[in-house]
Write a protein that binds this ligand. Structure first.
Ligand SMILES: [Zn+2]
Ligand SMILES: [Zn+2]
Length: 209
């Protein structure tokens, strides 16, 4: 019972450390991120948008020819304005739908790229949509695992939770032997206490001066 708060704060610190690490190693750009959405889905959304416009146009042409009710009915006496208004409404609805579809696709692809349960996260985001809107997406963005990155020494792909590279034994979270604060693998001197870090941090024997 006594060590319970200790464990909670440990996992909380681990979470914060990973977020720091994530900011350092992940250099995300909107358009690069957009590229993980499958091409076929983007084509499908564009085709659906064009189909929606065509259907709205044909319904109105038909209504004007046969004297039916045009959409929207407020422009019954002005067919040109009705065409314009229906095109605008279709565009607006399509924009909202497309954003939601791309968002769900992004979560699905991004989760599997990060080694998370992509089906579960996709379902969660969709379930939250009708009642809580984008809360599911926000939870996902806060909870997602950091992306794997390349080992600074041998360029092998390493998980963000790894402490050592499984390929070359490189210490991925080296600390300064003098002040014990975390330093970057490529630092020559500790940025906090100026201790010389020339000896490879992955070999502790050489660190002892
Ligand atoms: Zn390595
Ligand atoms: Zn230091």
């Amino acid at each position: 019972m006594t060590d319970y708060p200790q464990k909670v704060s440990d996992s909380f610190n681990e979470r914060l450390r990973l977020i720091r690490l994530r900011r350092k190693k992940e250099n995300l750009h909107f358009w690069n991120e957009f590229r993980i959405i499958p091409r076929w889905l983007i084509v499908l959304v564009i085709v659906l948008f064009l189909a929606g416009q065509a259907i709205a146009l044909f319904v109105n042409i038909d209504a004007v020819r046969h004297g039916g009710t045009v959409f929207p009915p407020d422009f019954q006496n002005d067919p040109a304005l009705a065409f314009l208004a229906s095109a605008g409404i279709v565009t607006g609805v399509s924009l909202v739908m497309a954003t939601l579809i791309f968002m769900i696709a992004y979560v699905n692809r991004d989760a599997s790229r990060r080694g998370m349960n992509s089906a579960l996260w996709t379902i969660l985001v969709i379930l939250f949509l009708p009642t809580w809107g984008l809360i599911g997406l926000i939870i996902y963005l806060l909870m997602r695992e950091p992306l794997p990155y390349n080992c600074p020494q041998c360029a092998a792909t390493v998980g963000a939770r790894f402490n050592f590279c499984p390929n070359c034994k490189c210490n991925l979270h080296p600390s300064c032997p003098q002040c014990k604060r975390e330093v970057v693998e490529t630092d020559k001197y500790c940025p906090y206490c100026a201790h010389e870090l020339a000896a490879t941090p992955s070999e502790p024997a050489r660190n002892l001066s």
